[in-house]
Design a protein around this ligand. Structure first.
Ligand code: CP3
Length: 343
């Protein structure tokens, strides 16, 4: 047992009141984030400045007292570090030059060690300034999700360009996945060595794959990252978030050996309790739209999750990131309701 309640849950314990944090808890719904974002200029200069990154990581902890802080960065700093140039265009999201077969050869995974040193510096600074009881989470994107942006050059509705690339150029595609596995292991190990208590692997686009690609592009590369990280840091605590994995979740948990599984809001609560919670801690899964709409629906949805999952290892979170329209008062209401819960 430690005084970091979220870490206790990752160690398999059940906390009477679940620890709570929110994906994208630092972001545009906070006026103090928008102020620093404007001062930094570009989004990447915010990520690559350890003082700015530290400040925006701490903002939601100061305001809400969450049980965990998540390093402020982005999954796309990895492609930026290993040889692709990434830009965030205001109102449009990330933009990269779509990678060619030849260019995949030139990627250098070890560049994450030197080029992302401001990130490791931020992790050290954040740990230094965080309350002792707050768990610090590092993260990376899963190889499949990062590859989708590298191949299409931007977000797309169903990642058809990356799926097609995997069919037409399998050799190059799996070389890209392998390089991202290697970069991710180095990156996560360094975050853990710099002071992160645990890390989360975001596979936001796991849900668009058929059986074959799910195994080869999403699940197995994540399993290799988990294994690679634990070879360097035995017992490293890792949360997987294969958004949209649905019926494949039990298989994902078994094969990747993650300590907790992030669940999106489409996952049925009783099914998750019955099929997953005896193997792994659950994290999720409130629909982020409820933090925009509020009302009785918000309270009832919080209660349903609390009732379904509180008897086992459980971390309260959203089913995906909070939206820029998220309402600060509703975030307070959510935290109060979870913390004052008596079943
Ligand atoms: O959770 C946190 O508070 C930590 C910070 C964090 C960001 N991105 C900051 C961010 C984390 C963990 C991410 C992960 C991320 N980034 C994912 C996986 C999780 C998910 O949401 O599915 C993905 C797919 C990305 C790629 C990405 N970054 C996109 C598609 C976008 C544009 C969409 C958007 O929300 O604007 C970003 C930009 C981004 N990353 C912002 C933030 C706060 C907004 C940029 C801004 O402030 O202008």
């Amino acid at each position: 047992m430690t005084n970091r309640r979220l870490l206790n849950v990752l160690n398999g314990q059940t906390e009477t009141i679940p620890p709570i944090w929110l994906m994208r808890q630092a972001g545009r719904y906070l006026p103090e984030y928008r102020a620093i974002r404007a001062e930094a200029g570009s989004f990447l200069s915010l990520c690559y400045n350890p003082d700015f990154a530290t400040e925006v990581t701490l903002q939601p902890i100061r305001r809400f007292g969450f049980d965990a802080a998540i390093l402020f960065s982005d999954i796309l700093v990895v492609p930026d570090a290993i040889g692709r140039s990434v830009q965030f265009v205001h109102g449009e999201g990330p933009k990269l030059d779509p990678i060619s077969v030849e260019e995949i050869n030139d990627l250098v995974p070890a560049m994450v060690l030197s080029k992302l040193s401001p990130v490791y510096e931020a992790v050290e600074k954040i740990r230094d300034k965080l309350p002792d009881e707050t768990t610090l989470l590092g993260f990376c994107g899963a190889p499949w999700t990062v590859a989708t942006y590298m191949i299409a050059g931007q977000g797309t509705p169903d990642q058809a360009p990356a799926r097609l690339f995997a069919r037409k150029e399998p050799e190059a595609f799996y070389m890209l996945i392998d390089k991202l596995v290697e970069a991710s292991v180095l990156y996560l190990v360094k975050q853990l060595e710099s002071g992160a208590d645990a890390v989360q692997i975001f596979d936001s686009w796991a849900g668009v794959l058929d059986d074959d690609l799910y195994v080869k592009a999403s699940r197995d590369p994540i399993a290799r990252i988990v294994k690679g990280v634990r070879e360097k840091i035995p017992g490293a605590k890792i949360i997987g978030f294969p958004k949209g994995a649905g019926l494949r979740l039990p298989d994902f948990v078994k094969e990747t050996k993650v300590d907790a599984i992030g669940l999106d809001w489409t996952v049925p609560l009783d099914w998750a309790r019955d099929n997953l919670q005896s193997h792994v801690a659950l994290q999720g899964n409130l629909d982020p739209t409820l933090l925009v709409s509020g009302g009785d629906q918000l309270d009832a949805s919080i209660d349903r999750i609390m009732q379904a999952w509180s008897s086992g290892p459980f971390i309260f979170n959203l089913g995906h990131g909070i939206s820029p329209q998220g309402d600060i008062d509703l975030v307070h209401r959510l935290i109060n309701r979870v913390r004052s819960y008596a079943s």
